[in-house]
Design a protein around this ligand. Structure first.
Ligand SMILES: NC(=O)c1ccc[n+]([C@@H]2O[C@H](COP(=O)([O-])OP(=O)(O)OC[C@H]3O[C@@H](n4cnc5c(N)ncnc54)[C@H](O)[C@@H]3O)[C@@H](O)[C@H]2O)c1
Length: 339
């Protein structure tokens, strides 16, 4: 297969490309990425010189650049991980970049899919578009759960998802939208919760915990997200929506405690900080639909500890990657206020 992957220099995109190149020796990947602060050339180092791989720098909101990339690479499928992804930046920074990447970007990709008759476009999205669940309810997010985004990031992702839906409904453009829960694994930018905790713990720095720390997220390893997208490339039905999660709800406090134990650090490093405004209490995904198609996560709930331990070991062993990011302190979540 010839794939055009957008946003492949980020966390999940780079894990996806590595997974695909290792598993499918006759598949080619063109990575179209703007290389924002979150796009990291070190994420691409081990496959950067592979003859089956090519990087093209460009913005998914730029129709001419996307058209050129599609025309030249003639992909059998386009998969987009490209987005502005940090919730705190969408709250405290300008929303312009989020609207451009997360709303206009998917529209441009739909347009190129339609114009060049790309057989399949997979728009990678988030469960945050469904809003928040209460801690005391049994309900999970289903594919039919109505959108109710609370965070500006989530609202922009929901906008992009709806644009994709409209292209399928109106033009029969072959697009699939996925809603995945929170990812963890190697190569994640350390402004995000798990790598930030690991970075700070390794340096014996205070670990910020928002509010009471009882926010619940449904954690999935990035490799499991990659294998779910791989399955959809082969068996996904255009116009359908798929939820992806590993049935692994954990509170932030539980995850931080597990990480501190793995790193041999004291809980005294935990520091409660001013809460995120409008913080969504709980996300939880029902993945029955994709599981019925044969997708099995390698790290379901009972293997979370193993997945997390492997992740910790990766950050401990990959000192070049970690040190390169440590020097970019200004990019590391400047919005957290201690209090
Ligand atoms: N991280 C998670 O837990 C999670 C969970 C569910 C869904 N998602 C979705 O998965 C996708 C990837 O998330 P991630 O955590 O790997 O993100 P990331 O921030 O690590 O990487 C984003 C990548 O997109 C690129 N990019 C940003 N704007 C671009 C643009 N306009 N044009 C081209 N490239 C652009 C960046 O350079 C970077 O390489 C996103 O769409 C996100 O919404 C993430």
């Amino acid at each position: 297969m010839k794939l055009l992957v957008c946003g492949g220099a980020g966390f999940i995109g780079s894990n996806f490309i590595r997974y695909i190149l290792n598993k499918h020796h006759d598949w080619d990947v063109v990575n179209f990425d703007k290389l924002t602060y979150a796009g990291n050339s070190l994420n691409l180092k081990d496959f950067g010189s592979d003859a089956r791989y090519k990087l093209v720098r460009g913005d998914i909101a730029d129709q001419d650049a996307v058209d050129r990339a599609v025309e030249q690479s003639k992909p059998e499928a386009l998969i987009s991980f490209a987005a502005e992804t940090h919730v705190d930046r969408s709250i405290h920074g300008s929303l312009k970049d989020f609207i451009s990447a997360n709303v206009m970007g998917p529209q441009v990709l739909c347009e190129a899919t339609k114009k060049y008759k790309v057989p399949l476009f997979i728009q990678v999205s988030t469960d945050e578009v469904f809003g928040a669940l209460r801690l005391d309810e049994k309900r999970l997010f289903h594919e039919e759960t109505p959108f109710a985004p609370n965070m500006p990031y989530a609202a922009c992702k929901a906008g992009g998802d709806l644009v994709c839906r409209s292209y399928f409904q109106t033009f029969k453009t072959p697009v699939i939208v996925t809603h995945c829960s929170n990812n963890y694994g190697p190569y994640q930018f350390p402004e995000k919760f798990i790598p930030q905790t690991i970075f700070k713990a390794m340096a014996d720095e205070a670990i910020p915990i928002y509010g009471d720390g009882l926010y619940v997220r449904d954690w999935i390893h990035a490799i499991d997200h990659a294998s779910a997208i791989e399955l959809l490339l082969q068996k996904g039905v255009p116009g359908e929506v798929y939820n992806i999660g590993a049935d692994n709800e954990r509170s932030n406090l539980e995850v931080v405690r597990m990480l501190l134990t793995m790193l041999g650090k004291s809980e005294s490093l935990m520091s409660h900080v001013q809460d995120r405004p409008g913080h969504d209490r709980r996300y939880a995904i029902d993945s029955a639909k994709i599981m019925r198609m044969g997708w099995i996560p390698e790290y379901p709930r009972e293997k979370f500890e193993a997945g997390l331990r492997k992740t910790v070991e990766w950050y401990q062993e990959n000192t070049e990657w970690v040190e390169a990011l440590r020097t970019r302190k200004q990019d590391m979540n400047p919005h957290i206020k201690t209090g």
